[in-house]
Design a protein around this ligand. Structure first.
Ligand code: ATP
Ligand code: MG
Length: 256
């Protein structure tokens, strides 16, 4: 049965989408069957996986509103080696439409139950908010991967996310846990980043992943080619780090 992970952090631009698509590509590369779900109306993870969000016949929106199954709506990105359940602007409307529906927090979870055996990993790219969309992601998942930059306010921003995860754990999903904090866009030359990184490790111990993702321009360039860095330039430092992270995740799930 697939292990399901949300990539979440309510802070914008911290590297959620970059983490989701590159981890998906890294896992595919090491032989895992992967579904990537874009839960963000920005559709960046969709575009960054080589799927045109403007041309989606069916998307995660249809799945949330139960007008399509995941099997019907997911598309194989051949270049990337994983399936994509895409998103676009239409998803912004789901937020409002879901409010009126039963089990609104568990729509995605219900849809995932049908396909759990088709994959080893399901990764969900969350929007930069703690909205109903993110809650749907959290309700579906076994764990949360939190990408973060080692900056001064990084720890402070974590409090809201940790509280939301605690609430979802208590009320909606007893399986949910933080799998780990992933240090991204890391620049070891910056002393402050080293200090925050040390703080993270002393606060969160083995909840901090061993792998560190460096700041690497190839990772930033890749989306404009509709590819994760891991596929666009496999030998770039950032890409190698994400494949390493994929291996670390495969090891972690064996202990779950
Ligand atoms: P949002 O909150 O808007 O969804 P996000 O958390 O998904 O944003 P990304 O879109 O992944 O963040 O990253 C923000 C920007 O930083 C992008 O331009 C991305 O290309 C760049 N970026 C992410 N990771 C790295 C990295 N390791 N090195 C260099 N640039 C990076
Ligand atoms: Mg994003």
């Amino acid at each position: 049965m697939a292990k399901i992970f949300c990539v979440a952090n309510q802070k914008g631009g911290v590297g959620k989408t970059t983490t989701t698509v590159n981890l998906a590509a890294g896992l595919a590369k090491v032989g895992q069957r992967v579904l990537m779900i874009d839960l963000d109306p920005q559709g960046n993870a969709t575009m960054g996986s080589g799927v045109d969000k403007r041309k989606l016949a069916l998307s995660v929106y249809d799945v949330l509103l139960e007008s399509a199954s995941i099997r019907e709506a997911a598309i194989l990105s051949e270049k990337c080696g994983y399936h994509v359940l895409g998103a676009n602007r239409e998803l912004a409307g789901a937020e409002v439409e879901l409010v009126a529906l039963d089990h609104r927090e568990k729509r995605l979870k219900g849809a995932l139950a049908e396909i759990a055996d088709d994959y080893d990993f399901i990764l969900i790219d969350c929007p930069p908010s703690l909205s109903m969309l993110t809650v749907n992601g959290l309700c579906s998942a076994h764990g949360v991967i939190v990408p973060m930059q080692c900056e001064y306010f990084a720890l402070e921003g974590l409090t809201d996310l940790v509280n939301t995860i605690k609430q979802v754990h208590a009320n909606l999903n007893r399986d949910l846990q933080i799998i780990g904090l992933l240090r991204v866009m890391f620049d070891p030359r910056i002393t402050l980043q080293q200090q925050v990184s040390e703080q993270l490790k002393s606060h969160f111990g083995d909840k901090v992943f061993n792998t560190v993702i460096p700041r690497n321009v190839r990772l930033a360039e890749a989306p404009s080619y509709g590819l994760p860095g891991v596929v666009f330039d496999p030998s770039a430092k950032g890409s190698l780090a994400f494949v390493e992270f994929a291996r670390e995740m495969v090891e972690r799930i064996q202990k779950m």
